[in-house]
Design a binder for this molecule. Structure first.
Ligand SMILES: Cc1cc2nc3c(=O)[nH]c(=O)nc-3n(C[C@H](O)[C@H](O)[C@H](O)COP(=O)(O)O)c2cc1C
Length: 183
């Protein structure tokens, strides 16, 4: 049975999202004592501070899933050199009310794939800034700036051979990072 439940958040709502394909393939590289649950963020309302005292059920569910997780994996597309609004919206929801953020202390991993060769580097840097403020210890190395091209994820939904060693190494570092930060 898994001892480490990890929440997976994909910052794209697109049906054929490359980042979602990457997420599904990457979690297969996790060890037996880790389980991964992708959280829906597309059904969260736009964050409105007026609703802090009476969150919608979907918001409560999202926060409960983060609370229950031992760590969080973020897969972000890059939109206009930053993170997509839907991802920021989800992060904001679970950071409030003030003083009751559920992100604090959760060991995070950040990855992203884009059609451009810079592989979401700028979006990831913006995301790291937010996660630092939220007091989430975030794996620094290796960085995972992925250019989504033929073969990164194969037809069976697995990481392709050219990236397998690198991404298995990434997963191994993240697993060690979670174990170091979870008491
Ligand atoms: C609004 C918008 C802005 C974008 N801005 C960038 C960008 O700044 N850098 C980049 O590499 N790709 C950019 N792209 C292209 C994305 O990398 C591409 O749409 C990618 O497939 C998004 O990830 P997804 O497949 O997981 O949805 C942008 C796409 C959209 C729709």
């Amino acid at each position: 049975m898994a001892k480490f439940d990890i929440a997976v958040i994909v910052g794209s709502l697109r049906r054929e999202s490359f980042n979602r394909k990457l997420a599904h393939a990457l979690v297969k590289l996790g060890p037996a004592d880790f389980s991964f649950k992708q959280l829906e963020i597309g059904d969260l309302p736009l964050y409105n501070q007026d609703d802090d005292a009476s969150n919608a059920e979907v918001v409560k569910r999202f926060k409960a899933d983060i609370t229950a997780a031992k760590g969080v994996l973020f897969f972000t597309p890059e939109y206009n050199r930053s993170i997509p609004g839907v991802l920021k919206n989800a992060i904001d929801h679970a950071s409030r009310p003030y003083g009751q953020s559920v992100w604090k202390g959760k060991p995070a991993g950040v990855l992203g794939a884009s059609v451009g060769p810079m592989g979401t580097a700028l979006a990831q840097q913006h995301l790291r800034n937010v996660l630092a403020y939220l007091d989430m210890p975030t794996l620094g190395q290796p960085e995972a700036f992925l250019h989504f091209k033929e073969g990164l994820v194969d037809e069976a939904g697995n990481i392709g051979p050219a990236s397998k060693e690198f991404l298995q190494g990434w997963m191994n570092q993240y697993v060690a990072w979670v174990k170091r930060h979870v008491s």
